[in-house]
Design a protein around this ligand. Structure first.
Ligand code: TZP
Ligand code: MG
Length: 216
């Protein structure tokens, strides 16, 4: 099946954490991070109600209008449907991919978290647009995360995957080249941008690292 989804670029994928963004504010963090070079934003909130998350998603959607940066919702299908977001990211124990695709339609961007080759084998890839591979390293940003893959584990999964992949977990700008060498299209980050003194400069550091890696 070929999906006619919204175009997206996994190069620098910001996953939000409202608590980490507290000093700066979620909207300002996202606005500055996009100025700095973030290419995709995922609204993730393990504490907010659906209603609160829908309100936040609508605000972020308005803020991102015209930027070409899509907004993806973590886990909550109802929020993705209600808020006009561009897509949904699900974990292994969230809404089933098939059900999410049916509810969201073909134009939505749909991503799935993968930590093992068995999960990759079992994934309904034809229903998906991208895979999140991780965690690459242990991280305090996700409770009870799966075992860290390291760059070797990341490369094994990225090589076996027939979809675009974004790496996640304990990453910062210094990891840009190794992540790409491992075969992932980009880096997904929370704490390397959220809660940083300047989210704009933090995002720019990834863009600079990428340029440096591409310059012979
Ligand atoms: N999934 C796997 S690791 C992770 C998620 C949501 C957290 C990534 O946060 P950080 O701060 O970039 O390590
Ligand atoms: Mg989840």
């Amino acid at each position: 099946m070929s999906l006619t989804h919204t175009p997206f670029d996994l190069s620098l994928y910001l996953v939000t954490d409202a608590r980490l963004c507290r000093d700066y504010g979620l909207e300002r963090t996202v606005a500055e991070a996009v100025e700095g070079g973030v290419t995709l934003v995922q609204l993730r909130d393990k504490h907010a109600s659906d209603a609160e998350m829908i309100r936040q998603a609508k605000q972020l959607k308005a803020l991102l209008a015209g930027s070409g940066v899509p907004l993806i919702i973590n886990d909550r299908l109802a929020v993705a449907l209600e808020s006009g977001a561009d897509g949904l990211h699900v974990g292994q124990s969230d809404t089933a991919v098939q059900a999410a695709r049916e509810a969201l339609g073909d134009s939505a961007i749909l991503g799935l978290s993968i930590n093992t080759l068995a999960e990759l084998k079992a994934a309904p890839l034809a229903q998906l647009d991208y895979l999140g591979l991780g965690p690459v390293f242990a991280t305090a940003s996700k409770r009870d995360h799966a075992s860290p893959l390291g760059f070797d584990g990341l490369a094994r999964l990225a090589r076996a995957a027939s979809l675009p992949c974004v790496a996640i977990g304990g990453l910062d700008a210094r990891h840009s080249a190794q992540v790409r060498q491992a075969g992932a299209q980009g880096l997904a980050v929370i704490s390397a941008i959220c809660g940083q003194p300047s989210p704009r400069d933090a995002a720019l550091a990834f863009v600079t690292a990428r340029k440096d890696a591409l310059t012979p």
